[in-house]
Design a protein around this ligand. Structure first.
Ligand code: NAD
Length: 509
């Protein structure tokens, strides 16, 4: 097996990405302004890329704008051919791109591959959608008149993405935007640059094959300053930004200041209620995957369990046992279930939160420290902390495998605890009682964008609209009618009579 750097370069070459930005120096550090691509598996440097500047972003938007002007007149079903081709290329390169996701983001192999599968799924969805960008026909109050709605391409869509879904988030946005007739300029996370170059190479090849404009989708790499240049560009009518609530609070006012549109997919603090009637086998499996999968680094990761007092002890004992069997190590090892955290700051955040929870009176049930015997990388032991109350630390999103357990007596109290956080992304209830399940999913239940029954909080399918309320940002991506965010609506009234009646019966002259 070659070292990670060599393997990364092989994969990039096979994906057709070559070394377009790679600065061929192995030295660490970014003193000369270069970006350093690292693997969280062992901290090794995978390559160095020249960071782009705000001027480069402006030039990319100019090229994207020109491509948009050609693309918007291509019929939507023909635009679908581009996304169909991208889906085919992703199918052919699933293993390679999945491996690169594992190397650069630290996901276990199955989750790296799952992320690419999600890209393939959204491409299929978008191809079907390319023939279904329907408007309404609306009854007019005036004789001899017809009203209708049309959905038109919007323009250049700016996509800012987070490290933890380095490729899927781009595809959720790009697949819909491209069939909608838009151009895309993507700023990936500075922690996952190389997967972005791989995706861009596949998209460029798909565009070449179907004769789509070469500049219809572009990547700009850099830190927040590069993101800000995209955010501030008035030629970008929609900024779709995925990342922390902190980032969203910086981005939203800037886009609002120029009256642009934002689609925000921000942090979560997801909870599951475990009711007295719950199937505990199912609940334990659902909880462990949701809390520990991707080393707790999903926006939908389970962070809080709110369990009825009658099943509290039993659940905690079973969770502790299940956590004891988790294999921690390199995500490239097929036996591993828990890979590394993305960087040292993430480990510090995890350790500090575990300490604070105990200072708040929490009892550490299992885990909580660095993982012994795993070389390199940022490996921690997933933790469960039994809390006496929902303290400040529990209300925060700690982006790591840290699960808090809270106890309740009646469902009203459980729902109140559930909703008493600033974030509103994903939620679940484990119950066999139909009244409880329906109450949880009703208007007086969970206040999240996603509310599940008898499954965990993570692992959404692309067919549904994905996103959340409150500090999660309110955006919806992926399935259902999320495509409407990427288009502009025009209301048309057509007079096919010889009269000119005015609406509301107004007489004029
Ligand atoms: P982050 O906020 O640090 O970075 C996300 C992206 O925003 C990066 O590309 C970064 O360069 C960019 N950015 C940062 N500041 C910016 C600014 N001022 N202007 C423009 N761009 C800026 O997030 P992260 O650590 O990469 O990802 C983890 C976070 O993302 C978690 O909070 C997680 O819940 C959230 N997330 C949410 C979803 C969702 O769909 N709701 C999905 C994935 C991740």
């Amino acid at each position: 097996m070659p070292d990670l750097t060599t393997r990364t370069r092989q994969i990039l070459a096979e994906l057709g990405a070559g070394d377009p930005f790679l600065v061929d120096k192995a030295a660490d550090g970014a003193a000369d302004g270069a970006l350093v691509a690292r693997s969280p598996i062992d901290g090794s440097t995978l390559g160095r890329l020249a960071a782009q500047t705000p001027d480069d972003v402006a030039a990319a938007v100019t090229r994207a704008q020109a491509a948009f002007e050609q693309w918007r007149v291509v019929p939507a079903p023909v635009r679908g051919h581009l996304v169909r081709e991208l889906g085919e290329l992703l199918r052919e390169n699933k293993e390679l791109l999945g491996e690169l996701v594992s190397i650069e983001a630290g996901k276990i192999r199955s989750e790296g591959l799952g992320e690419v599968q999600e890209m393939i799924d959204i491409c299929e969805f978008a191809v079907g959608l390319s023939r279904q960008l329907h408007g309404l026909t609306i009854a007019s109050e005036r004789p001899g008149h017809r009203m209708m709605e049309q959905w038109h391409p919007l323009g250049v869509v700016g996509v800012i993405s987070a490290f933890n879904f380095p490729v899927a988030v781009w595809s959720w946005n790009a697949a819909l935007a491209l069939v909608a007739g838009d151009a895309v300029v993507w700023k990936p996370s500075e922690k996952t640059l190389l997967t972005a170059l791989g995706c861009q190479a596949l998209l460029a090849e798909a565009a070449r094959r179907v004769g789509a404009p070469a500049d219809i989708a572009q990547v700009v790499v850099g830190d927040a300053a590069v993101g800000e240049a995209l955010v501030d560009d008035p030629r970008v009518p929609l900024v779709s930004a995925t990342g922390s609530t902190r980032m969203g609070k910086l981005v939203a006012p800037r886009v609002a200041a120029r009256l642009g549109r934002c689609l925000l997919e921000l942090g979560g603090n997801n909870a599951a209620i475990v009711a007295p009637s719950a199937d505990l086998d199912l609940a334990v499996r659902g909880i462990v995957f949701a809390a520990v999968g991707t080393a707790g680094q999903r926006c939908t990761s389970l962070r809080r369990v709110i369990v009825h007092e009658s099943v509290h002890d039993q659940l905690v004992t079973r969770l502790s046992k299940a956590y004891g069997t988790l294999s921690i190590g390199s995500p490239l090892d097929p036996a591993t279930l828990v890979g590394p955290l993305v960087d040292a700051a993430a480990t510090e955040g995890f350790l500090a939160a575990v300490e604070q929870a105990q200072a708040d009176g929490g009892r550490l049930v299992t885990g909580g420290g660095r993982a012994d015997g795993v070389p390199g990388g940022e490996y921690v032991v997933p933790a469960v902390v039994d809390m006496p109350a929902q303290t400040d630390i529990v209300r925060q999103e700690t982006f790591a495998p840290l699960l808090y357990v809270l106890t309740y007596r009646d469902l009203g109290e459980a729902i109140a605890l559930h909703n008493e956080v600033a974030q509103g992304l994903s939620s679940a209830i484990f119950t066999l009682d139909v009244r409880e399940a329906e109450t949880f999913t009703s208007a007086v239940g969970s206040d999240c964008g996603i509310a599940n029954v008898n499954i965990g909080t993570s692992g959404a399918e692309i067919g549904g609209a994905f996103g959340g309320e409150k500090e999660t940002g309110g955006g919806r991506e992926s399935g259902s009618d999320a495509w409407k965010a990427y288009m502009r609506r025009a209301t048309n009234t057509i007079n096919y009579s010889t009269e000119l009646p005015l609406a509301q019966g107004v007489e004029f002259g």
